[in-house]
Design a protein around this ligand. Structure first.
Ligand SMILES: Cc1cc2nc3c(=O)[nH]c(=O)nc-3n(C[C@H](O)[C@H](O)[C@H](O)COP(=O)(O)OP(=O)(O)OC[C@H]3O[C@@H](n4cnc5c(N)ncnc54)[C@H](O)[C@@H]3O)c2cc1C
Length: 351
């Protein structure tokens, strides 16, 4: 193990880059492992820059309104004040653009970036030891884990083909996009989160078909009742998604549904298909060295803090949050983790 870093940040979504911005500005000289550019990561959806780099428009990240920013500024800010400001001529931001900007902002403050995965951690001894996919080992006084999670997909070729053209794994992120407004959409799943997704989508869509492979919802009674009471939600019982239908010009136009009870296939016209079959946190490399929840998310051990079961190791973003799962919440906890780490390093006399 060569040098010992003050802080290593593992991950490359909004949580990691926000943590890096704060850590760098606090003179902690952060080193970020942003993940490796491998085929395995591409297939898993865990390439550098995280989940947001897999999407197109981002309409809910504060500070980046969609459309012509110049017109928005003209409309939102008093004319007298506006004339004193420098002009802006940019359009709204896309996911990959937003992530590149966050990365650049972290680098502007001196963050160093290594494009490798961390494949193993030893947090039983201090300084902590992290092993990277290039075979090298790195020491660090503090660590922030911000490796995120990935949405689960069924793995159908047609699902892959229409990702971002009607196929989505995040209703809160994409539900309000014009292609879904006033049109029927489908939600695949039957748990609490799929009812939440369907309920949310019903604010925009004309009808929400819930595609569920059983003949009763897995969701809690209260959530199942919420689905039943919503006149826009129609549950298609004992059905599985066989194929997403569509074409190049329109993206998703429908779904072909198989039956789990031997009934004939049916087709439904929809402009969107939302997968709500859970997420997988990127925590396998931790091999249980930190306390985890039942679903293998890292456990925050103190309410309102980003501390984990190991002193000096902090967690931020979706890797520790299976509830909010938004870029802005990930960025928020990334900021918290950097501040928590800085204060811990100072309290220990390391910084
Ligand atoms: C299709 C889609 C659309 C979305 N749209 C929106 C939206 O419009 N607005 C919104 O707020 N949210 C949206 N989200 C959710 C949002 O993207 C996530 O909440 C957010 O990206 C979580 O950020 P994170 O920092 O926790 O990590 P992630 O974005 O999950 O990124 C973590 C990254 O860390 C890296 N990593 C993982 N393991 C390792 C390792 N062992 N070593 C090194 N690096 C590693 C990988 O590159 C991984 O991708 C969307 C999600 C999806 C899937």
């Amino acid at each position: 193990m060569a040098n010992v870093e003050k802080i290593i940040i593992i991950g490359s979504g909004p949580a990691a880059w926000t943590a890096a911005i704060y850590a760098a500005r606090a003179n902690l000289e952060p080193l970020v492992f942003e993940g490796a550019l491998t085929e395995e990561n591409r297939l898993a959806g865990t390439l550098p820059l995280g989940q947001l780099a897999l999407t197109t428009e981002v309409e809910n990240y504060p500070g980046f309104p969609a459309g012509n920013l110049e017109a928005y500024l003209d409309d939102a800010i008093d004319k007298n004040q506006r004339t004193m400001m420098a002009p802006h001529m940019k359009e709204g931001v896309s996911g990959p653009e937003l992530m590149e900007l966050m990365r650049q902002q972290a680098r502007n403050f001196g963050t160093r970036v290594i494009t490798q995965d961390i494949v193993e951690v030893d947090v039983d001894n201090h300084p902590f030891k992290l092993s990277a996919s290039d075979g090298k080992a790195y020491g660090s006084l503090a660590v922030i884990v911000a490796t995120g999670a990935r949405a689960n997909y069924l793995g159908l070729p047609s699902e892959e083909e229409y990702k971002n053209r009607g196929v989505s794994a995040c209703a809160v992120c994409d539900g309000a996009l014009p292609r879904f407004r006033g049109h029927p959409v489908a939600v695949v799943g039957g748990g609490d989160s799929s009812v939440e997704e369907a309920d949310y989508l019903s604010k925009f869509a004309s009808t929400v078909y819930m595609i569920h492979r059983r003949d009763e919802l897995r969701a809690s009674k209260i959530m199942a009742q919420r689905a039943m009471d919503n006149p826009k939600i129609e549950v298609l019982w004992s059905r599985t998604l066989a194929e997403v239908l569509g074409n190049d010009a329109d993206g998703v136009t429908g779904v072909r549904l198989a039956s789990t009870k031997g009934e004939p296939e049916v087709q439904k016209e929809v402009t969107g298909v939302f997968l709500a079959i859970g997420h997988t946190p990127n925590t396998a490399f931790l091999a249980g060295r930190l306390q985890m929840t039942e679903k293998k998310y890292i456990k925050w051990t103190t309410p309102g803090r980003t501390v984990t079961s190991v002193e000096g190791v902090f967690a931020a973003g979706d890797v520790a949050d299976d509830y909010y799962r938004q870029a802005v919440t990930a960025a928020g906890t990334g900021c918290m983790a950097a501040l928590d780490a800085e204060r811990w390093l100072a309290a220990k006399g390391f910084h």
